[in-house]
Design a protein around this ligand. Structure first.
Ligand SMILES: Cc1cc2nc3c(=O)[nH]c(=O)nc-3n(C[C@H](O)[C@H](O)[C@H](O)COP(=O)(O)OP(=O)(O)OC[C@H]3O[C@@H](n4cnc5c(N)ncnc54)[C@H](O)[C@@H]3O)c2cc1C
Ligand code: FES
Length: 290
């Protein structure tokens, strides 16, 4: 493994649970330990990573240089959330959907190959101290981003309820992984109609009535984002969402990832922020839908 400090942004201040830490952003040559399919669309990759990379926080991401694949070579790196990071074993995990040129290239990597990963990048989730009950509301690839938040919250003493939405049962991922961390897992799918917005809303209302949530998180669906914003307002519960956006540099320099956000919750005034540098995790109510 080699470690090279990236230019121009070698460090990134991250406020996590009240403490501000400065993380080194570096380009890591990581050995691939595993890159196995988990179903027809997704793969789970585990790489050996230097200590700095393995300290990545839930919600942060790496910008991956993808090798050439069947669809050709991608010039730009591809952003991928940290699905797991273990500083003791010095590993970082990714869960990714094989889609276009970049991810088809990633899918060709074999154990022993090298993955060039720039990171850890961005601001992750900031769980307030004394949080008691966290909701994870995830669909599709959004699960890869939210899953590590479960272990983090449980380690902080919070209870976690995860509602996972997928097109079909065959595409539901990480239910066992989340259960093993101690999260209470609920699955809804398009194939049996349980992922319908009205049914999900009723289910969330019932869960909140049983044990009120005091932190809401979501990723992977505009529809679920809008629903959670509405419920968060009604319940007066704060939260955060992780945003997916096409990226160029991934380190705040090119402004390819700028999106509009509300200046503050409830504001009609918009402000523009870089998803890679100011996020990708943002306040639930400040995020505008797309
Ligand atoms: C911060 C961040 C974290 C992410 N984490 C994950 C993850 O953990 N697992 C995962 O599977 N995917 C994740 N993504 C999305 C992933 O980066 C894209 O799927 C990937 O770049 C697609 O590259 P490609 O060359 O295979 O496909 P392309 O040929 O570039 O695109 C295939 C399809 O994906 C869409 N797409 C491409 N890039 C993005 C993007 N950045 N955001 C939204 N849609 C995109 C395209 O519009 C197109 O429809 C993340 C994106 C961001 C911004
Ligand atoms: S991708 Fe370049 S500024 Fe965000």
């Amino acid at each position: 493994m080699t470690e090279v400090i990236a230019s121009p942004c070698a460090t990134h201040s991250q406020s996590c649970c009240g403490d501000t830490v400065t993380l080194d952003i570096a380009e890591h040559a990581c050995e691939v330990l595993q890159n196995a399919p988990v179903n027809a669309e997704y793969r789970h990759m585990i790489v050996a990573a230097p200590a700095g990379a393995a300290l990545a926080q839930p919600g942060q991401f790496f910008h991956l240089a993808c090798p050439p694949g069947a669809a050709g070579t991608s010039f730009l790196r591809r952003p991928m959330s940290v699905y797991g990071a273990d500083p003791l074993r010095r590993t970082v995990e990714f869960l990714y959907k094989v889609q276009g040129t970049g991810t088809q290239g990633l899918a060709t990597l074999l154990p022993g190959d090298t993955l060039d990963a720039l990171g850890p990048l961005g601001h992750g989730f900031e769980l307030p101290e004394n949080t008691r009950h966290v909701l994870l509301l995830a669909r599709g690839v959004g699960l890869a981003t939210l899953a590590p938040l479960a272990a983090h919250a449980i380690a902080q003493g919070a209870r976690v309820t995860a509602l996972l939405s997928a097109r079909s049962h065959a595409l539901v991922m990480s239910a066992e992984r989340l259960s093993a961390t101690g999260a209470s897992v609920h699955i809804v799918t398009d194939e049996d109609g349980s992922s319908d917005a009205a049914r999900v809303e009723a289910q969330l209302e019932a869960l909140h009535a049983e044990t009120p949530f005091d932190f809401l998180s979501t990723c992977g669906s505009n529809r679920l984002l809008l629903l959670l914003q509405r419920l968060g307002q009604a319940w007066r519960v704060a939260g955060q969402t992780a945003i997916e956006q096409h990226m160029g540099c991934g380190i705040g320099s090119c402004y390819a990832c700028v999106r509009p956000f509300r200046e503050h919750a409830g504001s009609d005034r918009l402000t523009f922020r870089r998803v890679c540098w100011d996020g990708p995790v943002f306040d639930l109510q400040e995020t505008t839908s797309w």
